[in-house]
Design a protein around this ligand. Structure first.
Ligand code: T1G
Length: 687
């Protein structure tokens, strides 16, 4: 880490260089205090520009220090030191001024930024609240309402929006350093602005805090930090500066050691590590500058949109002209929907759509860098596609299958240069869901696997390498979850009780609501294939529902009944009767929400541990990312593996033993027992 001071006439330029994101380490905090003292003492200095080297302004406190006791100088004191400096400091912002980075900027007398800068207080996404005056200075600078949005939502704003809010004093077009120096020069002879800490907070409407609290609570659900952040902004609006700072700091220190903060930090680092797995270090991926998708159905259209959103030109191939039109209509519907919902302008939607060419002529993709197949889940259909691609595409073109359940080794059988083939398993809707399971075959070349990870980075997705088995990582665990959910029904629980318990646990919806939404027929198709392989999937009730074509919302009834035009699930007497028949003779027991959650989540952990033991997943954290980004597992619990470690693996094994004794779950696998003895999954695989 370096902090250097240069002098440009009467303006001193303080440059921070602490790669990779200029995080506020203890050494950097110390150096900033030293710079204030040095420049206050230099009579030749009339103003100070604070700027950062590298790709971004200060991106926040150093999250890797959060597990250690805070070391002085503490950030609130550093910010106060800058605010009380005798010379005006001007924060010159590019990249991201986040968390402590924005708090340092709020201690400066002025803030300028390039239009592409992003400024925010994302602390609630780490389960904490700003800890260096963010909740106290912000309402004084931009008013309580705007401050509440920034602090409780955690999302950044761009340079122009920041200027409109009054968060920055000027947007600098062109060279930031030169623009900041010119801004500093324009201050000559002007009185210093009132320090933000001594400004009053603008008054709010009488019912402001009550109404905003309802809105924040509804969005936060069981996450603790957003409401605590709101309380700190309210305190700042109703108390003097020092009292509000003490309240904020006390809240910050309490939350930083909370379970939710530990879980969210775990996810933060896992997400950042995912696109660059250590096993691919030093391997150069192939360039992807053009792409094609074979198949314009729901998945194919979503994948095409995801590729377009990353700026890649896309050719959408279908079997004939009519299917091509249907495929293009599917992509068009995605962009029209985004424009209608205000997610993008109509002009951008049109530009994205203009970059999609539809055709039934494979010859169009003879020079395409990447081709992703997303046709019907049938091995013969897929192999026929890859035989055509092998004949038409460049030998170095990366060929990928989006299969969910088929074996990529089997699909690649007819592919020429099979080392350039792999599985890229997208999750529907493919242009929204972040997870991308990357599935190498036995012969996929390392640089092709690295290309899959580079593509994920290009698409802004979370990549996880998955080994080949039925369902890879996520869907294999999902099968266990669905079987467990049915087991509960046969021992006294109801679909509504199970779904309610899993929503309380933090899932966006329960297993039965989810099946009704996605359609029961899809899993029935997989169970049929499994039975043809000699497996015995457990789904006595689902099988009977499919036999009478109760496929869920799409057929007017599944696990629940639905009134025409109403998607609200209603408990079904017909389903209850089938459950009663299937449960006959089985022991029944009382279920409360906690025991339901145990009977669903802990078997999930057990199967995940098998996946880890078999090296289908390389790291426990990868499984957490799969469940969070593919299946809605609450990120504030860190994912199933982090949740299990935080709860205690010995307890997890003991509960599974008890459930197993009642015939309600598999016993802990050997790997889970070994991990329980060691107290961590690291005994099984990489972290
Ligand atoms: N601390 C430590 N390391 C960090 C970091 C941070 N705040 N942010 C990123 N990194 C590492 C990351 O692990 C990765 O490491 C590398 O930098 C590149 O990250 C007191 C208490 C800034 C938008 O929450 O949002 O301030 O894998 O791949 O895509 O009130 O990083 O290379 O070894 O994400 O260009 C608040 C979190 C902290 C910002 C850049 N700040 N970071 O994205 O790079 S709490 C944040 C980000 C706080 C105060 C409170 C993004 C980014 P490696 P990357 P990127």
């Amino acid at each position: 880490m370096t902090l250097t001071i240069a002098r440009e006439g009467s303006v001193a330029v303080v440059t921070i260089d602490n790669p990779p994101v200029n995080a506020l380490s203890q050494a950097l905090r110390q150096a900033l205090v030293g710079a204030v003292v040095e420049l206050d003492a230099d009579a030749a200095v009339g103003a100070v520009v604070l700027i950062c080297a590298g790709r971004t302004f200060i991106a926040g406190a150093d999250v890797s220090e959060f597990d250690k006791p805070p070391q002085p100088p503490h950030l609130p004191d550093v910010v106060a030191c800058i605010e009380n400096a005798k010379k005006p400091w001007i924060a010159a912002i590019h990249g991201s001024a986040l968390g402590g980075g924005l708090e340092v900027a709020l201690g400066c007398a002025y803030r300028v930024a390039v239009p592409t800068a992003s400024l925010g207080l994302p602390e609630v996404k780490l389960g904490i609240i700003p800890g260096a005056g963010g909740t106290v200075r912000l309402p004084r600078l931009i008013g309580p309402a705007a401050a509440v949005d920034l602090v409780t939502g955690g999302s950044p704003v761009g340079g122009k929006k920041a200027e409109g809010l009054g968060l920055i004093d000027a947007v600098i077009d062109g060279d930031l350093r030169a623009g900041a120096l010119a801004f500093a020069g324009s201050l000559a002879g002007k009185p210093l602005p009132q320090p933000i800490s001594s400004r009053a907070v603008p008054a709010v409407e009488p019912d402001f805090w009550e109404s905003v609290e309802k809105a924040v609570a509804a969005k936060a659900k069981r996450e603790v930090a957003p409401l605590r952040a709101l309380a700190s902004v309210r305190k700042a609006s109703e108390t003097g500066f020092s009292g509000a700072m003490a309240f904020e700091r006390e809240t910050f220190l309490e939350l930083r050691s909370s379970e939710q903060a530990a879980a969210l930090r775990h996810v933060f680092f896992a997400e950042r590590a995912a696109p660059r797995p250590p096993e691919l270090a030093g391997i150069t991926p192939r360039d992807i500058r053009s792409a094609a998708v074979i198949g314009g159905g729901t998945m194919g259209a979503g994948i095409a949109a995801a590729l377009r959103d990353a700026g890649l030109p896309v050719v959408l191939i279908e079997r004939d002209a009519a299917a091509v039109e249907r495929g293009l209509d599917n992509v068009r519907a995605i962009y029209e929907g985004s424009a209608k919902r205000g997610r993008m302008t109509q002009a951008l939607a049109d530009e994205r759509m203009a970059g999609v060419d539809g055709s039934d002529d494979y010859g169009l993709i003879a020079d395409t860098d990447l081709v992703i197949e997303a046709v019907f889940e049938d091995i013969a259909v897929k192999r026929a596609v890859f035989e055509k691609l092998s004949a038409v595409c460049r030998p170095d073109a990366v060929l990928a299958t989006n299969t969910s359940y088929l074996d990529p080794n089997a699909i690649s059988g007819g592919v020429s240069h099979p080392e350039r083939f792999l599985g890229l398993h997208f999750f529907s809707p493919a242009h929204i869901m972040k997870l991308l399971e990357i599935v190498p075959t036995a012969v996929t070349a390392p640089e092709v696997l690295a290309t899959g990870f580079a593509l994920a980075r290009q698409l802004g997705k979370i990549p996880v390498r998955a080994g080949i088995c039925d369902g890879f990582i996520g869907n294999r665990i999902l099968k266990v979850t669905r079987a467990q959910a049915e087991r509960l029904l046969l021992s006294g629980a109801t679909p509504s009780a199970v779904d309610a318990a899993m929503r309380t646990f933090g899932l966006p919806m329960g297993p039965f609501e989810a099946q009704d939404l996605g359609g029961l027929d899809i899993a029935a198709f997989q169970r049929k294939a499994a039975r043809e392989r000699g497996e015995t999937p457990f789904a006595p009730v689902a099988d009977r529902l499919c036999a009478i074509e109760r496929f869920g919302q799409k057929s007017g009834g599944g696990w629940y009944d639905y009134q025409p035009g109403d998607r609200a699930p209603k408990p079904s007497e017909a389903v209850a009767a089938i459950i009663a028949e299937e449960a006959a003779g089985r022991s029944q027991r009382a279920w409360d929400e906690a025991s339901i959650a145990d009977a669903i989540v802990l078997p999930m952990v057990n199967e995940a541990t098998r996946i880890l033991e078999e090296r289908v997943a390389l790291r426990a954290a990868d499984i957490d990312l799969v469940k969070i980004h593919g299946y809605g597992f609450p990120r504030w619990r860190g994912g199933p593996m982090h949740y299990a470690e935080a709860r205690g693996l010995a307890e997890v094994a003991a509960v599974l033993d008890r459930l197993s004794a009642e015939g309600l779950a598999e016993p802990p696998c050997d790997g889970l027992r070994r991990a329980a003895e060691a107290g961590s999954f690291s005994v099984l695989a990489g972290r």
